[in-house]
Design a protein. Structure first.
Length: 773
């Protein structure tokens, strides 16, 4: 009852926060006031309940007393929880560092809190998990990200306790539920989700509460349990679309069991005397409770996107937010089709074995909990109705999991149901004579065998994560001996970039665009880094650089963040083609940190002709593509020359590089590759400037390594002394003295700069020059 009371309280908290958000009065004052009223009502009700229990205890000596087996089981579960989860408990108090939390849950919650309402910001990304975002809003309003992490951990612990109590209530002896709790605790996917503010552990908790309430409804026939289960199912549906699918599955199983039991009731089976009878008012009230708990996220999606279940069913609910092709791509990405194990009947039969022994396919490990539940079907005829319900719901939800998401962190709800059914049925086997004990021994042996065979994957995910959590216990940051910045700096990508961006004159509403997206954690940035889906229309079919710059400026973007990771993966984007806005007249370079350069969008383009252009960077960004349209090659090493990062453009022997630019002077600093130096390779580096007609403007050649400069380096400068400045073909080549062209015959351009004498040539002129020459 304590776990169910916790679920009811959290559900009411989510719904109250949603109401405040839609009413545009979401702030700490209104939240605390609403929670205060609810707390007074809850305390008053609890006092009445305590008085009733005290009076009943005076007449019934058995009330409130626990047997020694139940006490031992409780102590066992508490000891297991403390021994196996204490690192996670402390970690839940540390600053959040997970990617999805900082890019989605906490980031959107921060925006809702700043606006004081649920705003229409990137609905493409906030269409799911609205209730989880609202829990993060509560956390940010009260203390910080640690609150929602601690709430998620408490939900996971309450799930363990609920499995134990429900197993004993479903027919197991005192202490039987402890085995179910231990089995659930041994699932690595469950323990990991308990430490992050994702919706997965929250969904598992509320859906488990709904299943327990449904089982109690089947057992007692009291419709109050149906109302409670409907509320929990509604909260689950609002947490994630998975909750909507699980609710449909739950309703289907209940309908089937109700039909079977009604047939048995007609035969006057005394075992089902308390089975519920359908009444129209009760069914209608249950539906109303479910809709009240679940509808708000779907109404929001319909109002803002025209599709309540966006991006699914895009044929039935067309939307202007995305094209049909983009909606289909987004829907398939949610289904994670690449992780499926196949759809044939043979693949379905192999599914329990594959998810047990091939944890790498699902990004986690689930242990033998799925596989060991299959033999329990042989004993299902002797099981109670709630146990049958739990086992059926667990197996079918596991099948649904495989058909939809197939990610390990989405499996805890199936693991909880299967662990619960396993504990009850194994206890029944132990008390059913010699045959039952033999069957129980076989099941236990199978479990141990499966656990042993899956030990490599199990140890990799569970013990690996547990030992990592022990090694990285954030005791210093929890106790205040270490600052949040010191804790996050080595653990979060882009942290230094976020700190540098926060040093700019930006406000909480300043808009930033990151290309490619996801390289800077938005929650750590004071402004609003836009999602790629928000500003990608700016770069659709751009006419020229000025047109793209104007559209980007009109979108309200003030800063542009470019990441140099995997630059060639984005070479087909329109932003990287000739005519890109990555020119000094449209963008102002501010700084480069952690391989990420931050530009400021100029209010008006400038015609500065004396600004040095980093040709290596221009090639990488697509401002100056190679003349032969081949892919440039960069060295993995990073260094700094003159306060600027260099990316090591590679020039191989026999493979000169050529680029078309407008320049008055070209300067390069070449370095012989370390492997070439070690092998005694020597050669000469050549830099030439030619007009588009083929006229030689200037050239320079020198031996490398140099004999008068730093070992292994050579510095070349070529000046264009023509009266008029025109686009030039700049060519850099390397010739090895031994005539070789092997993999080690190469030089690195540590500096490759061009000082333009006039605005760069138009994209059309550059393309014509490249093709014509």
């Amino acid at each position: 009852m304590n776990s169910l009371a916790l679920a009811i309280g959290l559900g009411i908290l989510i719904l109250v926060t949603a109401m405040l958000g839609f009413l545009r009065v979401l702030c700490v004052e209104t939240l605390c006031g609403s929670l205060g009223v609810l707390a007074v009502y809850a305390i008053r009700s609890y006092r009445i309940d305590l008085v009733a229990r005290y009076r009943s205890a005076g007449t019934d000596p058995g009330v409130g007393r626990l047997g020694w087996l139940q006490r031992a089981a409780s102590v066992l579960v508490v000891a297991a929880v403390c021994a196996m989860t204490w690192p996670y408990a402390i970690t839940s108090l540390a600053p959040e560092r997970e990617f999805d939390s900082l890019n989605a849950y906490l980031y959107y919650a921060r925006i809702f809190v700043e606006e004081g309402r649920i705003v229409d910001i990137c609905p493409i990304r906030t269409h799911m998990s609205l209730y989880s975002i609202l829990l993060c809003c509560v956390s940010l309003l009260l203390q910080g990200p640690a609150v929602v992490k601690l709430l998620t951990f408490v939900m996971a612990v309450a799930s363990l306790r609920l499995v134990q109590c429900a197993a004993e209530q479903a027919g197991g002896r005192f202490g039987a539920g402890a085995w179910g709790a231990v089995v659930l605790l041994s699932v690595p996917a469950f323990t990991w989700t308990a430490t992050v503010p994702y919706s997965d552990a929250q969904l598992a908790f509320f859906m488990l509460c709904a299943a327990v309430a449904a089982a109690r409804w089947l057992e007692t026939g009291r419709w109050a349990w149906a109302y409670v289960g409907a509320g929990f199912s509604g909260i689950s549906a609002g947490l994630k679309y998975n909750g909507l699918a699980l609710t449909a599955l739950l309703l289907s199983i209940l309908s089937l069991l109700w039909i079977v039991q009604r047939v048995r009731q007609r035969s006057r089976d005394p075992a089902i005397a308390g089975f519920p009878k359908l009444r129209f008012r009760a069914v209608a009230a249950t539906l109303v409770v479910y809709l009240l708990a679940a509808l708000s996220p779907y109404i929001r999606n319909y109002v803002w996107l025209g599709n309540p279940v966006f991006p699914f069913l895009y044929h039935a609910f067309p939307t202007n937010a995305l094209t049909e092709r983009e909606a289909a791509r987004l829907a398939s990405s949610h289904l994670n089709e690449s992780m499926h194990f196949g759809t044939g009947w043979r693949e379905q039969l192999r599914l329990p074995f594959r998810v047990t022994f091939e944890g790498y396919r699902i990004q986690s490990a689930i242990g033998p909990v799925f596989l060991m539940s299959i033999p329990l079907l042989l004993y299902i005829r002797r099981a109670s109705l709630p146990t049958i319900f739990f086992l059926a719901f667990g197996l079918l939800s596991a099948w649904l999991w495989q058909r939809t998401s197939a990610i390990g962190r989405h499996f805890p709800i199936s693991a909880a149901l299967l662990a619960l059914a396993f504990a009850v049925l194994l206890d029944h086997m132990r008390t059913s004579g010699r045959a039952g004990r033999l069957a129980g021994g076989m099941v236990a042996t199978l479990w141990l065998l499966a656990a042993y065979l899956s030990l490599p994957a199990f140890a990799r995910f569970w013990f690996g994560e547990w030992s990592l959590a022990v090694q990285e216990i954030p005791t210093n940051v929890v106790l205040g001996a270490q600052s949040e910045a010191e804790y996050l700096r080595p653990r979060v990508q882009g942290f230094e970039t976020a700190v540098a961006i926060n040093g700019l004159p930006i406000t909480s509403k300043s808009r930033l665009a990151a290309i490619p997206p996801g390289r800077v954690e938005p929650f750590l940035v004071r402004g609003r880094p836009l999602d790629w889906d928000e500003f990608s229309p700016v770069f659709e079919r751009p006419h020229d650089a000025q047109h793209t710059w104007r559209r980007l400026r009109d979108t309200g973007v003030e800063y542009l963040i470019w990441t140099y990771r995997e630059p060639h993966a984005f070479r087909d984007w329109s932003i990287l083609q000739p005519g890109s806005i990555f020119r000094s007249r449209y963008l102002e370079r501010l700084f480069t940190v952690e391989g990420q350069t931050v530009f400021r969008i100029r209010p008006e383009p400038t015609d500065r002709s004396d600004e040095t252009l980093d040709v290596s960077e221009a090639i990488m960004l697509g401002v100056a593509p190679l003349a032969d349209h081949r892919e440039p090659e960069y060295d993995n090493r990073r260094s700094t020359v003159g306060g600027r990062p260099t990316w090591g453009l590679v020039v191989r022997a026999g493979q000169p590089i050529s680029v078309v630019l407008t320049a008055r002077r070209v300067e390069l600093l070449a370095e012989l590759d370390d492997a070439a130096t070690a092998r005694g390779i020597r050669g000469s580096i050549n830099l030439s400037l030619k007009g588009l007609s083929g006229r030689l403007v200037g050239s320079a050649e020198a031996a490398i390594p140099s004999t008068d400069g730093p070992p292994g380096e050579q510095h070349l400068v070529v000046t264009n002394d023509a009266a008029t400045v025109e686009p030039l073909r700049i060519t850099v080549s390397f010739r090895a003295y031994d005539g070789g062209t092997g993999p080690f015959h190469r030089v690195l351009l540590k500096r490759f700069d061009a000082v333009p004498g006039s605005p760069p040539a138009s994209p059309a002129a550059v393309d014509d020059a490249v093709v014509g020459n």
